[in-house]
Design a protein around this ligand. Structure first.
Ligand SMILES: NC(=O)c1ccc[n+]([C@@H]2O[C@H](COP(=O)([O-])OP(=O)(O)OC[C@H]3O[C@@H](n4cnc5c(N)ncnc54)[C@H](OP(=O)(O)O)[C@@H]3O)[C@@H](O)[C@H]2O)c1
Length: 333
């Protein structure tokens, strides 16, 4: 019988990354493993998930310095004081980035790999895969015949999202940052059009690949690609904001980075939805009644900037845009 380890090795960050992530930001440390309490079991981790979003947590303080870092992991139970978990069983849990972990039933889920490669449960059958599935099918509601763009399409999430789109019967367009990824998506994953966003003319190529516009954008990267996708989006188009990896590895404080709002949307499940009042005409009588009453009884205050004559129009515009007007600006003739 092999003896149970008394220590574990775990990965720490030892300083907050400033600028591109560096190996010197990390250290591997040895830590004592506690004796198992009733209801606990020891897991020998087999696969640890490396996710780009951790870069954000390393910098913003969510991940503690000089302490074990968490990440999704799949491991094998090697010793157990839990009646529901027997040695030899595979479990998924979030105490990754270490070789051994102590599990408790409520923080783990059993993995039944069957004859499937275990790696599938880290990728397309794992958490990232589920993000791809939910984002494309439930959030973006991709339908047959629609055009779907997926960024970082050779990554864990993107590679599933773009292939799900193909299987649904969508026209698939993908972006990646290298020729080998481009070749994999075209030759192996069967994606119709793949664009390397590091080529100078990628925006033109993207527009050319979407002559009828874009119906669904599955966004993994935010930033310039999100801007480009939104400039091509069709009426009633949908964007599933899954991530913004283009902004993760930066020295600029997160809140000051271009497109930082995408992070807030993503983490707070915010809906960004455009609208036009022509689709809501049934509300007009109620609007007139309510707001009219509130204006008349003083519950709502209003201001009007009145300018006289056509010649006042240019300055009226200038002042309005420069912020020198309060309320509604009108020109009286
Ligand atoms: N994995 C998860 O469980 C999970 C869960 C929720 C959300 N997400 C989000 O989903 C997105 C994809 O996650 P993933 O795990 O599959 O990782 P991923 O897409 O494999 O992320 C790494 C890739 O991002 C691309 N990238 C790096 N810098 C970039 C930049 N400046 N502009 C554009 N692309 C850049 C690179 O691919 P190129 O060579 O193509 O540039 C790189 O290989 C991330 O935003 C992540 O935060 C992931």
């Amino acid at each position: 019988m092999t003896s149970t380890p008394r220590t574990a090795r775990e990965v720490h960050i030892v300083r907050r990354p400033a600028g591109p992530l560096s190996a010197a930001d990390f250290a591997v440390a040895e830590t004592a493993l506690p004796d198992l309490a009733p209801g606990e079991f020891l897991i020998a981790n087999r696969l640890l998930s490396i996710d780009p979003v951790r870069r954000v947590f390393f910098a913003n303080g969510t991940a503690p310095l000089n302490a074990g870092l968490h990440s999704f992991s799949i491991g094998e139970v090697v010793e157990s004081r839990h009646p529901g978990y027997a040695p030899g069983e595979l479990v998924g849990h979030y105490q990754g980035l270490r070789d051994f972990a102590v599990g408790r039933g409520d923080e783990t889920r059993k993995i039944t790999a069957g004859g499937d490669p275990l790696e599938w449960h880290m990728g397309p059958l794992g958490v990232g895969g589920f993000f791809a599935y939910v984002g494309l099918i439930e959030v973006a509601r991709a339908r047959p015949g629609e055009s779907v763009l997926v960024s970082s399409a050779a990554g864990s999430v993107g590679s599933l999202a773009v292939q799900l789109a193909r299987l649904i019967g969508c026209r698939t367009v993908a972006t990646v940052g290298s020729a080998d990824k481009q070749a994999w998506l075209t030759d192996v994953a069967g994606v119709e059009t793949v664009i390397d966003y590091k080529q100078a003319d990628w925006r033109e190529r993207l527009a050319a690949a979407l002559p009828d516009g874009l119906d669904v954008y599955f966004d993994n990267v935010g930033g310039a690609q999100l801007d480009a996708a939104l400039s091509l989006i069709n009426p009633q188009g949908r964007v599933a904001v899954c991530g913004m990896v283009s902004a993760y590895d930066s020295a600029t404080p997160f809140s000051e980075r271009a497109g930082a709002w995408t992070w807030r949307m993503m983490t707070s499940q915010v809906e960004l939805k455009s609208y036009h009042v022509r689709d809501h005409q049934h509300l007009w009588p109620a609007f007139q009644r309510s707001v009219g009453d509130w204006l008349r009884n003083g519950a709502i205050q209003t201001e009007t900037q009145v300018r006289d004559g056509l010649d006042a129009i240019p300055q009226a515009f200038v002042d309005l845009i420069a912020g020198r007007s309060l309320g509604k600006t009108v020109v009286r003739l």
